[in-house]
Design a protein around this ligand. Structure first.
Ligand code: MG
Length: 414
């Protein structure tokens, strides 16, 4: 069931988000002994408390104000961040005791309810322990296009790194939320990054309750919980092992993705392929461009559709041989390619990796801890542009009269 809105309704619904609300009240026992004397979001990641990375992410997305819902050792968070001035953002706090009168941990529902007076009509709600390269504008566009009271962001579990707890249907609505993570037919995991209409706080009692059970579960049967499903992996500080992975992801790196045919080498004619090394012809300037990128500290990955294999024009071995020789020439000229990602499927295989689909970019991101929102992707075809845009890369297309070297010179001079 798709919901059609007229222009008037769409304009009425259009919202913007300027405030983020972070749930930061739990203890995080899996981070013991650190969390004996420190709240979880202050765990250090690349010499900064993890929460500071989240604040920077929010600032980059145009958020002006953050409300931190504190509990366990909340005063330490307040002490570090203060009113946020030092961090270029306004920060407010709502402290709810860590434990309730029965000695039970106070849950998300009560923490949000207690902050009611501080909250805007619409806000971005986040967990304090997940990092995901937020592109807020995409979430807002999705929310505006999918009438609902809450939008939930779900990771598609592309790398099967955790158990799913959600099912999002093909129209973009959550139809199951299984907090036990035991059901089999699920397709995503709740990573936070909710857009919330404040009116749902009416579902919350002024006593200890869970946001997930009270709000999310009651919205599902009414089709009021829209679901944004993402293939972009998220990183967490759930335990020390995960903190190490998050650290790798958040280590700044310069990364460039290059399409192959039409960027590095001469593009074959339509429906033909570079089938052997003798047919591979470097474009003017491309060898030098790759050398310059390497010298400037860029990690370079090739992202390429090669359906010639599925179409029987060549073998996988042929492709590997071409790449081996290409890498050899580049290497002898001072250029280094970190990885080659090729889609070997046919046009109509329905795979997730053939551009314009962004699958190959997600694979490279997953394997090399690359934040795609910080990647420059150079291609020569609208399919490259579509794939890059979908994954959040800065995508540049070579103009018919242009070349890779001019683009690279421009990028590396700044
Ligand atoms: Mg191309």
């Amino acid at each position: 069931m798709r919901t059609h809105l007229n222009i008037g309704e769409i304009l009425l619904r259009m919202i913007n988000i300027k405030q983020a609300v972070i749930l930061a009240g739990g203890q995080g026992k899996r981070l013991l002994p650190f969390t004996l004397k420190n709240p979880k979001p202050l765990v250090m990641v690349n010499k900064k408390p993890f929460l500071e990375h989240l604040i920077n992410l929010l600032k980059d997305n145009g958020i002006r104000e953050v409300v931190i819902l504190t509990g366990f050792l909340g005063e330490k968070i307040n002490e570090y961040f203060g009113d946020g001035k030092k961090f270029g953002i306004k920060i407010k706090y709502s402290q709810t005791p860590f434990l309730d009168e029965n000695g039970q941990e106070n849950e998300s529902g009560l923490r949000i309810k207690n902050a009611e007076e501080l909250l805007n009509d619409h806000f971005l709600l986040m967990y304090c322990d997940n990092y995901w390269p937020l592109q807020l504008k995409k979430l807002i566009d999705f929310y505006n296009g999918h009438p609902s009271d809450v939008l939930i962001t779900a990771y598609s579990n592309l790398d099967k790194s955790t158990r799913s707890n959600l099912f999002i249907d093909e129209n973009g609505y959550a139809i199951k939320y299984d907090s036990t993570r035991s059901q089999k037919d699920l397709n995503g995991v709740d990573i936070g990054f909710f857009i919330v209409n404040k009116k749902v706080l009416d579902f919350l009692p002024k006593s200890n309750s869970k946001f997930e059970t009270r709000v999310l579960q009651s919205l599902i049967p009414k089709r009021k919980l829209s679901g944004y499903l993402t293939n972009q992996k998220y990183y967490s500080i759930g335990d020390m092992k995960r903190v190490k992975l998050t650290e790798k992801f958040l280590t700044p790196k310069k990364v460039m993705f290059l399409d192959r045919d039409g960027v590095i080498n001469k593009r074959p004619l339509k429906a033909d392929y570079v089938k052997k090394w003798e047919e591979f012809e470097f474009l003017p300037g491309s060898i030098e461009a790759i050398k310059l990128l390497t010298k400037s500290g860029y990690k370079i990955f090739i992202i390429s559709n090669q359906p010639g294999i599925a179409r029987g024009a060549m073998t996988k071995k042929d492709l590997e041989l071409i790449h081996k020789k290409m890498l050899k020439v580049l290497k002898s000229n001072g250029g280094k390619i970190e990885g080659i990602y090729s889609c070997l499927h046919n046009w109509d295989d329905g795979c997730i990796c053939r551009k314009p689909k962004p699958g190959l970019l997600y694979f490279a991101s997953r394997d090399h801890f690359v934040d795609l929102t910080k990647v420059i992707f150079v291609g020569d075809d609208t399919r490259d542009k579509e794939a890059g845009d979908a994954a959040g890369c800065k995508t540049i297309l070579i103009k018919p009269e242009g070349n890779l070297l001019d683009i690279v010179k421009d990028i590396t001079k700044s």
